[in-house]
Design a protein around this ligand. Structure first.
Ligand SMILES: [Fe+2]
Length: 189
């Protein structure tokens, strides 16, 4: 039987746990696709459901020549809404973080502040919330993501690519070995 208290654990037990976690982590692409499908039931007063919005945002990224990781990030940018609308950008960003570049992570983490330009004034909130990031190297990318892809993607008549189109990309981006990723993180730390 494995340890019942961490202070009685052995190195061999931790090696085994590491192998088991890596096996389960390999199922992450399937988990992501399952969460994306859950967005289909969320409409909340918009002209499209949240799955169509996600697909349309990613479709615009494809047609703008974005990198694969940015396309997948566009697809997943609102995936946190499955759990909570209020803090959804942080949820999505932290899910993506081990698999994407720093700038892609930041674009997703802050996307609500950038979106504010297009509707915060209607709610008495500051539409210029994005200005706190003006000096960030990813600012221009965040503007493109928000202004050209995300905020424009509630159109039921747009020629939106289906989830099947993006599935191989989800498999590649979320299928990366986290062991390799942690090695890279150590190497670049
Ligand atoms: Fe969005």
């Amino acid at each position: 039987m494995p340890f019942t208290r961490m202070d009685q654990s052995t190195a061999a037990e931790w090696m085994n746990i590491g192998r088991e976690v890596a096996k389960r982590q390999a199922q992450m692409p399937a988990l992501i696709k399952s969460m994306l499908r859950q967005l289909e039931e969320q409409v909340d007063g918009f002209a499209t459901n949240q799955l169509v919005h996600a697909l349309q945002t990613a479709t615009r990224a494809v047609r703008d020549g974005a990198s694969e990781e940015l396309i997948v990030a566009a697809l997943c940018h609102d995936i946190g809404k499955v759990i909570s609308v209020v803090n959804h950008p942080a949820i999505a960003a932290e899910m993506l973080k081990p698999y994407v570049s720093r700038e892609t992570y930041e674009v997703i983490r802050t996307h609500q502040d950038f979106q504010g330009r297009h509707y915060y004034a209607l709610m008495g909130m500051n539409p210029n919330a994005r200005e706190q990031y003006t000096h960030e190297p990813w600012y221009a990318l965040a503007e493109k993501f928000t202004d050209e892809w995300d905020q424009a993607s509630f159109d039921p008549n747009y020629d939106t690519l289906p989830l099947e189109y993006f599935e191989p990309m989800v498999d590649r981006v979320f299928g990366k070995s986290l062991i390799r990723l942690s090695d890279e993180a150590t190497a670049t730390a």
